[in-house]
Design a protein around this ligand. Structure first.
Ligand code: BMA
Length: 839
């Protein structure tokens, strides 16, 4: 008997009227959307991202706002049980329907399903949302709290007063961060709908996987909210199999499980390890149809005793796979600008740079469904923090109850995604116990306070998603271990910040050997064509108020410039300074990741801070605001190569200290070449190493074939340090058994400033190879960090490359945003630059 299709949903998205009880402003506002976007569209505020406008628009988040619209409902729309669903209300608000208060919200991470049965009339109705002033509510709650709970201050540059973000459930970075503007957006995001059900509505569908030798058993757990006792019909369809069932429901929440077996399953693998086949699961509850894409994979997060201490790694379909990637922050400080196209572009850039994991950082937000669907499709695994970061949080019952609803909903919404690898309690909250005078003065209190919340988070994961590991915090040494293990490198995950935050030399990265490096970073200026969007010519100076407003890490610009003096000749102008800052950033992260990958299987993960920017700013990102590739993104594509060869300086016992780490500035005794194979198959490579004179001329110092086992790392060659002349550097390349070039790399024994760089003549020619736009580069002299740019959105297959005389390098250009550049546009806008021109 056909399923009765009695469900319907009236979309309430559209144009609302924006107003405020305290100021005389009215404007149309598109919802889902946010107030800043509406005021911008109405020319009531300037672009917050331009110059120092942030301060001049701060009044917006210190104002109460209301949005209202009328909507018409037909008799059919309302003849049943009615639910008003508002997926995300940001943040403190009162919801009114036809003048009646129907709900109060106070958590932007909680979906609101409000029973409005009998409250919607046939014909015209009015939906009104009145937003409170979140910063004031947060302060009032903090003032009322029995003991002080300080909030993070890592962004308090430029006179921002700071907001008690630990007392309201909203993306903490909305108040600003050491890379983020303070916008504190107000709005409604995601679904806005009036849903009509005959008797019940869907709440969630979770999918557990039990992998057999040649089949996967799926357990489908469906939660249904019923408005009254009765019987409903439910149908799941997957892999051509239909499970139809008549369910007796009771008023309230009902849980049903059904099992289905997939034979000869096509397994899902992370990017770079295989395909990402997805099975569509359709769930139909009397016309309310939801779909989910299911990737079949056996995922385990292994934390077990080993010869070092405790491992910390991801095992997929039985293979221990190195996690290569970066940390993710919200894609824009103005929520309306976060769209599926923007997210797809950023995630495709992650995949194109050989990344297979992103960490959703705890100071941001749970992302919209399409974000996770894209990660499933692209094979990007996710380390998923819960939204707590860098400060303590209350643990009184109202707060915990509010958070319990949030986390339970989010885990039920997201747990079916193949891409989610791990749930993590928070970002650096354990570490932050040692940052604040209040927490340092009473550690027992704040540890107890922390454990109340953290323990609850772990229990929710255990109850709602037992197949997935819960990791207490990042970084963490392990369960109920509240010690400050930031640099502990024998177990758990590590945040290593000494190079940036403590100005240690890049070589310091080789003094720690993490099991899993989940955070480390180095800043650069954002690209010149992005700076031009927020700084006028006169302000393009690293210490201008505008450039300092677009640097939120105290002393950040000085750190970038000071570091340049350690490795490079000082740049001759602002444009070259920007270019050099990105070379330097790439070099820092290259040093870290090449070494840590070479210690495989000790280190099984390297996630640098950060992949994206939330606005145009100097930061640790590898992608500019807007998604343009910075040089770090290009260099990441190289140092994340699945089959890689890296140079590691080796210090023998005379030049190392008791911890076996090199004595500061002691020259290495040799250079080891480590071959890294992150594939599941043995590979054989032909490696050639040349010693190249900086002013031209080179000699082969090693050439040989080697086999590297699956998922392994070995030393494939070693060169005595003294073999190198003062004006020489090493350039090496490796090919597969068929002679196909797999990669090129180089190693400079001395800082670049020590070499007498020559001015190379670089020739560039475009050609169309089978519809592919290819740029061929040659040089008459060794040329370093050769970088091609065009004024068309897109990225090259490589960049910031080393060119040697007699070797042609070809870069394929991939347009972004569907751009279709003409040959003349490519030729006229092409710029090719290199290190020697920076000074
Ligand atoms: C870590 C991150 C972020 C911060 C970054 C750079 O603390 O967790 O909070 O932006 O360092 O300072």
């Amino acid at each position: 008997m056909a399923m009765p299709a009695t469900y319907s949903a009236l979309d309430l998205a559209g144009t609302f009227a924006l107003s405020s009880p305290s100021i005389d402003i009215t404007a149309p506002i598109q919802l889902p959307g946010d107030v800043h976007t509406a005021l911008l569209a109405a020319n009531r505020i300037p672009d917050p991202y331009f110059g120092e406008n942030e301060k001049t628009v701060m009044w917006v988040n210190e104002t109460a706002w209301s949005v209202e619209r009328s909507f018409s409902a037909s008799a059919t729309d309302i003849d049943g049980y009615l639910t008003l669903t508002l997926a995300e209300v940001d943040c403190i608000a009162t919801i009114l329907l036809n003048g009646e208060v129907i709900a109060k919200t106070q958590n932007s991470f909680v979906r609101n399903d409000i029973d409005v049965t009998g409250k919607v009339r046939e014909g015209d109705n009015t939906l009104r949302i009145e937003f409170g002033i979140a910063p004031d509510v947060a302060k009032a709650r903090s003032d009322a709290h029995p003991f002080p709970i300080p909030f993070t201050k890592n962004y308090q540059t430029n006179g921002l007063k700071g907001i008690h973000m630990n007392f309201i459930r909203k993306a903490a970075c909305h108040a600003g961060w050491d890379w983020g503007i303070c916008i504190m957006p107000i709005g409604v995001y995601g679904t806005m709908a009036l849903r009509k059900s005959r008797l019940a509505r869907q709440e969630s569908v979770q999918v557990d996987q039990a992998h057999g030798s040649n089949s996967v058993e799926l357990t489908l757990k469906t939660r249904v909210f019923a408005f009254a006792h009765g019987e409903v019909e439910l149908e799941h369809t997957i892999d051509g199999q239909v499970i139809a069932d008549k369910l007796v429901v009771n008023k309230g929440e009902n849980v049903f499980t059904h099992n289905v077996t997939i034979h000869n399953p096509k397994l899902w693998w992370p990017a770079g390890q295989g395909e990402q086949p997805l099975y569509e699961l359709t769930t139909n509850l009397e016309g309310e149809t939801t779909t989910r894409q299911i990737g079949l994979r056996k995922l385990e997060w292994i934390v077990e005793k080993d010869e070092i201490d405790h491992s910390f790694k991801c095992r997929i379909n039985g293979r221990d796979v190195s996690m290569l990637g970066a940390n993710w922050i919200p894609a824009d400080a103005i929520p309306s600008r976060i769209t599926p196209a923007v997210i797809r572009d950023l995630l495709e850039s992650a995949k194109a740079a050989n990344m297979n994991m992103l960490r959703i950082w705890g100071g941001g937000q749970y992302e919209p469904d399409y974000f996770y669907e894209l990660c499933d499709e692209l094979g990007i695994l996710l380390w998923h923090d819960f939204m707590f970061a860098c400060m303590s949080y209350p643990s009184d019952r109202p707060f915990l109850d509010n958070v319990r609803t949030e986390i339970t909903q989010q885990v039920r919404r997201l747990s079916h995604h193949a891409s989610i690898a791990l749930w993590c309690g928070d970002n650096e909250v354990i570490g932050s116990l040692g940052w604040y005078p209040e927490t340092k003065a009473a550690p027992e209190r704040y540890v107890a306070n922390y454990d109340r919340l953290n323990n609850m988070l772990g229990n929710i994961v255990e109850d709602e998603d037992p197949a997935r590991r819960f990791w207490p915090s990042s970084p963490s040494m392990g369960y109920l271990d509240f010690s400050d293990g930031w640099h502990a490198d024998t177990r758990g995950d590590t945040h290593y910040w000494d190079v940036w935050h403590s100005a240690k030399p890049f070589e310091a990265y080789r003094t720690v050997n993490p099991r899993f490096a989940s955070e480390f970073g180095f800043q650069s200026f954002t690209s010149m064509n992005v700076i031009e969007t927020f700084a006028e010519e006169k302000d393009r100076n690293p210490s201008s108020p505008v450039m300092e407003n677009h640097q939120r890490n105290a002393g950040g610009n000085a750190r970038i410039l000071e570091t340049m003096t350690r490795y490079f000749r000082f740049p001759r102008d602002f444009d070259q300074m920007v270019f050099l800052s990105q070379i330097q950033q790439g070099l820092a992260i290259k040093t870290a990741i090449e070494y840590w990958r070479s210690t495989k299987p000790r280190c099984m993960g390297t996630l640098f801070w950060q992949i994206n920017d939330i606005w145009p700013v100097a930061s640790w990102s590898s992608l500019d605001y807007g998604g343009q590739w910075k040089l770090l993104q290009y260099m990441a594509k190289r140092f994340f190569l699945p089959v890689n060869v890296v140079a590691v300086p080796v210090h023998d016992e005379v030049s190392t200290n008791s911890r076996g780490t090199p004595v500061e500035n002691a020259p290495p005794t040799s250079i080891a070449f480590r071959g890294i194979n992150d594939t599941g198959r043995p590979v054989s490579i032909a490696l050639e190493i040349r010693a190249v004179k900086i002013a031209g001329g080179d000699r082969v110092v090693f050439s040989g074939n080697t086999a590297i086992g699956p998922d392994g790392a070995i030393t494939v060659a070693s060169i005595p340090f003294d073999d190198l002349a003062a004006d020489e550097f090493l350039f090496f390349s490796w090919r597969d058994a068929k002679g196909v070039l797999l990669g090129e790399n180089d190693y400079f024994p001395k800082p670049y400033k020590a070499y007498e760089l020559v001015q190379p003549k670089i020739r560039a020619a475009w050609s169309d190879v089978d519809g592919q736009l290819v740029l061929s580069l040659t040089s008459d002299q060794p040329a370093l960090f050769v970088t091609a740019t065009v004024d068309i959105p897109g990225y090259f297959s490589d960049n910031a490359v080393t060119l040697l005389p007699g070797r042609q390098t070809e870069l394929t250009f991939t347009p972004r945003h569907g751009a279709t550049p003409s040959a003349s546009e490519l030729v006229t806008s092409l710029k090719v630059r290199n290190l020697s021109e920076t000074f």
